[in-house]
Design a binder for this molecule. Structure first.
Ligand SMILES: NC(=O)c1ccc[n+]([C@@H]2O[C@H](COP(=O)([O-])OP(=O)(O)OC[C@H]3O[C@@H](n4cnc5c(N)ncnc54)[C@H](O)[C@@H]3O)[C@@H](O)[C@H]2O)c1
Length: 391
């Protein structure tokens, strides 16, 4: 299908009739399945492989499947930094006794609209799914649910939990603190994490808004991923150990001084810094987990993560009637705007991921870079599981 036909189908799918000059605004879409020459891996096999690896290190099958759902969702949505790329880290944390793959989260304190949960050092994906389910239940009962967890682990893409809420017709937000990787504006060292936040909201006709973003210029996984590909990073993503902007992914990865969203102070990087602190207030401050520079360093395998996470669900029915219709209209209006560059149509949050999923569906799966495939081969050998089977 041509890019124009794809874009037309994107608009049609949301069944919102608009008198717009589609041809004039729709141009070549920029998202592609990784443009590399490696075999396509069906998502079902990626899921099977992740689950097998986690079961091999002692994870109950239902929890291994929750983690596999989480990582394959990241790859499917085009966030390769948080999919298969993270599997060896989860395996290492479990094998090293830093994460208890068998642990079930439990509620410490509860009101009709809130809950404080301990993840009991379980898998972050399991803690996240539990907390968002609880928040949704509360939202459906009293209009809003807010659940904050301590003693959790890395929970993958923040958007996974917003999507969980959208699936049940409510708005969802999720936040997590992370290892200190961001240099606050004017600081030389790092003190806050890449602290992602997400808001998902359902719109009419199956459309949705899914903002899912790190509060640094990019997630650290994207720097790691450029390293895997052997390609430079753009200016403004990270500093070197001396506080100077670098384009070398290895230097950036080792220095662990990512720039806040916005970059330097002159470009309002302090707003990204403020948003990262906002996330920390919802997570570490409310949750009583580790926080800021007290969280274990990225890659540290000597200390438990004890991350804080926050999940909010909101029932739109509690407010003005017709939320989904209005949001659908707004999204369509934004997408219909005349683009400044005709080659780049205006998108809304969630569209790049939607287009990536369409590409993956058409290709019959996703592609992993060679370095990632090697890591998977090594994992298969080490854990005695069936290797990935490309199509
Ligand atoms: N668990 C963790 O510790 C952790 C930490 C950091 C990031 N992450 C995850 O990493 C992933 C990547 O984060 P990121 O900040 O690099 O994402 P990103 O910059 O690729 O996208 C951020 C958001 O912008 C939207 N977007 C992108 N291009 C757009 C456009 N042209 N118009 C409108 N909207 C557009 C996307 O849909 C997305 O919602 C996220 O899923 C995030 O949750 C996780």
């Amino acid at each position: 299908m041509t890019s124009i036909a794809r874009s037309v189908s994107l608009f049609k799918r949301f069944q919102i009739a608009r008198d717009v000059q589609l041809i004039s605004i729709i141009r070549k879409m920029s998202t592609k399945i990784l443009d590399i020459d490696t075999p396509i891996v069906p998502l079902t096999d990626a899921h099977r492989f992740i689950s097998d690896c986690m079961v091999a290190v002692g994870t109950p099958k239902k929890y291994a499947d929750i983690l596999a759902d989480n990582l394959t969702a990241a790859d499917y949505r085009g966030h390769y930094s948080h999919g298969m790329n993270r599997l060896d880290m989860y395996v290492r944390d479990v094998q090293g006794g830093l994460c208890d793959c068998k642990a079930t989260p439990s509620v410490i304190k509860e009101t009709p609209a809130t809950a404080w949960v301990t993840g009991n050092n379980g898998l972050g994906a399991v803690v996240g799914e539990f907390c968002m389910e609880l928040a949704i239940k509360k939202a459906k009962s009293v209009g809003i649910g807010m659940v904050v967890a301590k003693e959790s682990n890395h929970y993958g893409i923040a958007g996974k939990y917003s999507l969980q809420a959208i699936d049940q017709g409510v708005l969802g937000m999720s936040f997590t603190n992370t290892s200190p990787l961001m240099a606050p504006t004017r600081a030389k060292g790092s003190a806050l994490g890449t602290n992602p936040l997400s808001l998902g909201a359902p719109a009419a006709g199956g459309d949705s808004f899914v903002l899912d973003m790190a509060t640094t210029a990019v997630a650290v996984g994207k720097i790691e991923f450029q390293k895997r590909k052997g390609q430079p990073i753009p200016e403004g993503w990270a500093q070197d150990a001396h506080g100077k902007i670098t384009t070398d992914p290895s230097v950036a990865y080792d220095a662990k001084r990512l720039m806040p969203l916005g970059g330097s102070e002159i470009n309002s990087g302090y707003k990204g810094y403020g948003l990262a602190a906002l996330v920390e207030i919802f997570c570490g401050m409310l949750g009583g987990s580790a926080y800021g520079p007290n969280i274990r360093k990225w890659g540290d395998s000597s200390k438990k993560a004890d991350l804080g996470q926050c999940f909010i669900a909101i029932d739109p029915e509690c407010f003005a009637p017709g939320f989904q219709g209005r949001l659908g209209d707004l999204l369509c209006t934004l997408r219909s705007m005349q683009p400044a560059d005709p080659a780049k149509p205006v998108l809304v949050a969630g569209d790049p991921e939607r287009l990536h999923m369409e590409d993956a569906d058409r290709a019959g799966g996703v592609r992993y870079v060679e370095d990632q495939l090697n890591t998977c081969r090594e994992l298969a050998k080490k854990l005695h599981v069936k290797p990935l089977v490309p199509a």
